[in-house]
Design a protein around this ligand. Sequence first.
Ligand code: BEZ
Length: 326
Amino acid sequence: MQIARRRLVQTGLAGATFGAPFVVRAQAARELKIGLITGPSHNWTQAMQSFSEALKKESGGRLSAAVFPAGQLGNEATMIQQMQTGALDMGFLTLAEFSNRNANFGAFFAPYLTRDVSHAAKVLKGKEAATVLDQLSDQGLAGLGFGLGGMRHVLSRAAAPNAAALKGKKFRITPFAPLRDFYQFAGIVPTPIPLPGLFDALANGQIDGADVDLELVWTLKLFQQAKHLVLTKHMMFPVVSVMSGRVFAGMSQPDRQLVRRVMAVELDKLFAKYAQAEGEWLTQIRGTGIEVLQVGREFFGDVASAWEKHWSPSAPSLPKLRAEAA
Ligand code: BEZ
């Protein structure tokens, strides 16, 4: 009897009444495919691995997720297209990519919107962020929640006492308009290079420096190529967990809730991870002996206000995010 009961639970038939004249359909087992561009050891990839394990456990083995890191399924633009057709189930993608499609998402990249990752986490869990997350449905996607990477800094080959000293130099940026404009306002030549090409671009001298976070400097050993790190903290760098709108709509209500709940736990763990790891990476980077310069907003002069003036008309969420951040 015990064994029979367990089988019914496993097949989702536990609610069926013996001898009843109707059939309760078993919820099919399902493996969700998740794509992302970060490498296997990056914290975003680890978070999705952890989500996969938690989902399996919480669903009694019926739901699971297979994680495809390092752009195995294509770049972020390709993965979004795949999710729109339902060919890919889920992605854990930079918000940067979405800001290229909906300028309002650019509001999150307002210079100096947040002080540090803990502050950024609060804004990303706030009311306006939830409103913006819903706007992903316009792109055929279901937004499950925001996470983040480290705060952004400047890594330079040459000494960089201020941004003016970098005028005319080529700096790698993640390819998205808000960051491109920020560097352009600073007179630094923005050179869009997706994450997988960053190390080689620095190593072969294609660029004079890069817009980075501490995780990249430490784990990709960028400190071996450029020896001046300026701790500017000029932007936060959100990631967003998204699901194909078609796939999400095809799931049962309890399954949708389960996926949302399990993801929310993983995103909270990711926020906590960065809050702790930023200090550790900095200590490790300092230990390499490269120059680490602590600067304030004066480093970029009036670039932040030029950016704000330029982006405010196309990013209506900006004043609300600033108010919540304050
Ligand atoms: C970047 O382009 O710098 C980046 C992308 C994904 C995760 C972290 C950083």
